[in-house]
Design a protein around this ligand. Structure first.
Ligand SMILES: Nc1ncnc2c1ncn2[C@@H]1O[C@H](COP(=O)(O)OP(=O)(O)OP(=O)(O)O)[C@@H](O)[C@H]1O
Length: 348
């Protein structure tokens, strides 16, 4: 009777991990970003991509900085995809600590012994041996992956001390529990792309000077009209003319500065996708469409209900005027739309 052993590591904190070669194990999963069919690539986006890649090729960590909804995360993943390496994604969070980036002692070791001839015969051995598990930064540095660190300023600045050595000395220093590796040399293919929003008012920290000084920062602004229309049309399935009406309405509202929360590309997308799915007419004489615009945009005018009624009425009148101007009623040839299977699918 031959017995073969098969090891299965189960991470008691929930992230199951496959057995990896010694010395380190990893709990990081990678992405292989591929362009989505409704990805829009305008000249401006190509230019940002080219500029970003030029820093990355020279070995600098890249940082896309800009307001919410300007397409930074999409752009970061698009640029990462051009590098052709597996991508590891991290989202900034106040609770994120150094151990979450580099690794920790964790895990519970099961050993399952299976009888090769009588498969119903198995033996389960349990040991409480903890072992070092690489986390996302360590895996990326060790294997030469691309790290995309989204909204990194949501994490506490001290969490990022470990990054300084990675970018300057190309070394990642590990704590003693990591075993024989006190540091690892960063793989030459390792690259990092950060995103942040300098205008976010809640839950962000200012970027540490030493880290900011090491990053090649490119500012990303609200997309130009052509891009916004193309994204709204591609992601909703609406005809371009109908998408353009919605985008012009949202852009005019943005330009009015009569809001507390900036209406972004997401507002255009929200209106376009719901209008397409529900088969509304993109025009001021379809009350359902007008109500949709109010629902999507009016909440951005006031925070909560503390505003005076007269003030609310005044702002609503201004918003309705914008709808009438940019989505004129039937006499001015409104664009009749129907939900396409693609739009329905993308809402799912
Ligand atoms: N090039 C593009 N093609 C298609 N859709 C896009 C493109 N760029 C952005 N979008 C869409 O626009 C929306 C906003 O983009 P994204 O989430 O990348 O912005 P962001 O700047 O990272 O926002 P936030 O700071 O709020 O996280 C998303 O729904 C995204 O899918």
């Amino acid at each position: 009777m031959t017995l073969v052993s098969q090891s299965l590591d189960v991470d008691i904190n929930g992230a199951g991990s496959a057995t990896l070669p010694a010395p380190a194990r990893s709990s990081a999963s990678t992405l292989a970003p591929r362009p989505r069919s409704d990805f829009v690539e305008t000249g401006a986006l190509k230019d940002l991509t080219r500029r970003g890649l030029s820093f990355l090729r020279a070995g600098y960590p890249l940082h896309f900085r800009g307001p919410a909804g300007t397409g930074k995360t999409t752009l970061a993943l698009h640029v990462a995809a051009q590098l052709g390496r597996p991508v590891i994604l991290i989202s900034g969070d106040n609770e994120l600590g150094t151990a979450d980036l580099i690794g920790s002692q964790r895990g519970y070791h099961y050993r399952k012994v299976v009888d090769r001839f009588i498969h119903s015969v198995t033996k389960l051995e349990e040991t409480a041996n903890q072992q070092w598990t690489d986390h996302r930064l360590t895996t990326a540095c060790r294997e030469g992956y691309t790290l995309v660190y989204d909204e990194f300023t949501r994490s506490r600045p001290e969490t990022h001390n470990v990054l300084l050595g990675v970018f300057e000395e190309k070394m990642l220093f590990l704590p003693a529990q990591a075993g024989r590796d006190h540091y690892i040399r960063v793989h030459p293919d390792f690259r990092a792309i950060f995103t942040s929003n300098p205008l976010e008012y809640a839950g962000v920290h200012s970027s540490q000077d030493a880290l900011a000084d090491r990053l090649a920062t490119i500012d990303v602004d609200y997309p130009e009209r052509e891009m916004e229309v193309a994204v709204a049309a591609a992601r909703s399935g609406l005809p371009k003319a109908a998408a353009a009406r919605i985008v012009d309405l949202v852009r005019a509202f943005r330009a009015s500065e009569n809001y507390v929360q900036t209406p972004t590309l997401r507002s255009s997308l929200m209106i376009a996708r719901v209008a397409a799915l529900e088969g509304y007419t993109v025009a001021a004489d379809d009350p359902r469409f007008v109500q949709l615009c109010l629902d999507a945009l009016e909440s951005r005018v006031f925070s909560g209900s503390q505003a005076k009624l007269s003030e609310r009425q005044e702002r609503r009148t201004a918003l309705l005027a914008l709808v009438a101007t940019h989505c004129p009623a039937a006499g001015a040839k409104p664009v009749r739309v129907r939900a396409t299977p693609k739009a329905v699918e993308s809402l799912a």
